[in-house]
Structure formats: structure tokens, C-alpha cells
Design a protein around this ligand. Sequence first.
Ligand code: HMG
Ligand code: MG
Length: 333
Amino acid sequence: MIEGLPMRFPARGLPQSVRIHEVGPRDGLQNEQTVVPVEAKAEFIRRLSAAGLRTVEATSFVRPEWVPQLADAEQLMPLLAGLPASLRLPVLVPNARGLQRALAHGCRYVAVFASATETFAKANLNRSLDESLAMFEPVVGEAAAEGLRVRGYVSMCFGDPWEGPVPLPQVVRVCRALLDMGCDELSLGDTIGVATAGHVGALLGALSEAGVPAERLAVHFHDTYGQALANTLAALQHGVATVDASAGGLGGCPYAKSATGNLATEDLVWMLQGLGIETGVDLGRLLDTSAWMAGVLGRPSPSRTVRALAGADAPRPQEADRGRRGQDSHKEQ
Ligand code: HMG
Ligand code: MG
């Protein structure tokens, strides 16, 4: 046990706090070979909430045949009824049918998910890029009319497994289209984890020039090439303060070849703690949650931080962070 690590050295020009958008229950579990029992999914979300995560993407109301791992969305939502009202539980909705299902379960946060490339739009949504945008437009309009907050994902922002490089203007066009149809927030997806820090800066610069402010942006890095943390730091330096991550580093997309796990929430929290950036997350409780989920899945977590802190001589999270447990955990942002 080494108390007091990581040491804190705030760096200039970074946000004071970061909202972590936890995607483990959705992006993580959608990619598992086996279907996790619905009670275990609900318990996962409960534990994430208790660890201080304030936004936990719960599931998807997609066509069940397309993602059987999340076909139990209707069974899951009622199990989450007892969670704090301030906890955001976004769900994915690809179309009007998905939105109807989400509304029937009282969801207040939804996300549509577009692609920056034609090939992935076809693979993931069975539509061309423009057809998929046309599918989303009435969904976003209706959700906004119902008072819901709408996130728009853009996948393949930094590279595509079939098309290779993705030109910045192509990404900017899709981002603009989603904002213009009424999305409140965009999440820039590096679906296959090929981004590098300079590329992140270039895309954020191009978006800023196109009138997309950093406050409306989140970043969503998969960690295939080990670049997710470096890319996150680059995004923070450009004013982004919402970061998607997955407890234990679970994740991937069944329709994108070579998509691997997301940036692990533990790795993110470790870096942010070192930078003195507030997240409200209790790292100890989060580690316990990922260790528990690894037991459910029957394999160890790929997160470097989870593995490091599982060791006997590992530094434990700072007492100050443990002490915050319960105080910050259920605050609305
Ligand atoms: P389709 O096969 O073209 O469906 O799928 P359709 O529109 O032709 O409809 C056919 C039937 O499906 C109809 O039934 C619909 O009602 C039904 P019928 O009238 O024939 O009896 N149907 C539905 N049923 C329940 N819920 C629904 C629904 N929609 C249609 N929502 C569709 C088109 C978009 C539905 C399909 O392609 C789909 O569900 N895709 C989702 C794929 C997915 O979930 N991928 C993973 C999430 S994205 C991701 O992971 C990336 C991200 O993490 C960011 C990043 O990393 O980049 C977000
Ligand atoms: Mg993803």
C-alpha cells in the first residue's frame, strides 16, 4: 500500500472538473460473447452510481436481432427505478421505434448514433450516411419536444476499418448536421482506436472553425493502440470537459471490425486525479466494481490501473478521494 498516489500536479489550461460519461453497461456489454443476466447489469449500474459516476449509459433500444446482448432493455429499465433521480441514464435510440420504447420507460436522456463514413453507416444502421441522418432528424425533433436531452454520437471520426483515413470536413459535416437537427451534445467516436493526439487537436480546431464549441463536445476513445489517454489529454487542452469511458476497459462495437475496449474509467480517473481535476468518482469503489464485473464475465479487466491496483504493493487511491464517497456521488451536474 502506498498512500497519497498519484501525487497531484494541476496543469494550466485544463478544466477544473470533468464529467465522465460511463459507457460500460452499454458499449462494454454490447460486445460480450455471452449475454450478461439482466440482474447483473442492474447491479453493475447501481455500483457505478455508488462509485460516484453521474452519467451511466444504461442500454440500447435498438433492433434486438442486431444486438442480442442488449435485447433485455425493457427488463432492465424497471430494475433501475430506485436509483437517485439525479443520476443520468442515457440510452441509445436509432429510430422512431427506439425512441418510443425509451419514452415508454421514462428515459430522459437519449442518444442517436451516426457515422462519419458510408461503410460504417451501412454496417451499423443498414442505411447510407444521408439516409441515417434522415432517420435521426424526426427522432431528435420528437425527443427535444418531449424535453429530453439528446446526444449525437459520430463514429469513425479518426479512421475507418474499411475506408482508411477519414477527411476532417467529412466529420465536420456530420457533426454540423446533428447539431443543426437539435442534438444538445456530440460525442466524437474513435471507434477503432486509431486517433493520435495531433489528430484530435486538428479535428477540434476544424470543429471550432465550423462554429461547434468545445462545451458541446465529448470524446469517445477506444484504446486499441494505447492512445486513448494521450488523446483525452489533447481534448482537455482544447476545452472538452466530457469524456466517455468504460469501467474496467470493457467495450467494442459488434459492427466495426477491430474495435476493442474503451478507455478504462479507472485509467482516466487516475490521470485526472493526478492533474487535480474533479470527477466525483471514488476510485476504490470503482475498482471494486470492475473487479466484481470481471468475476461476472469470467476474465480479468484489461485496464492497466485495475491490474496495477490489484497487486499487493499497489498504491491505493488517496484517502481524500475515499472520503468524498457519498458526498459527491449523487450530485446533478
Ligand atoms: P433494419 O434491419 O434496417 O430495420 O435495422 P428496419 O428499419 O427495416 O425495420 C425492420 C423491423 O425491425 C421492423 O419490424 C421494425 O419495427 C423493427 P416489422 O415491422 O418488420 O415487424 N425495428 C425495431 N424493433 C425494436 N426496436 C427498434 C427497431 N427498429 C426497427 N429500435 C436498425 C435498422 C437501425 C434498427 C438496426 O440497424 C439497428 O438496430 N442497429 C443498431 C446497431 C448497434 O446498436 N450498434 C452498436 C451501437 S453504435 C456503437 O457502438 C458506436 C459508439 O459506441 C460510438 C463509437 O465507438 O464510435 C456509439
Ligand atoms: Mg464505442
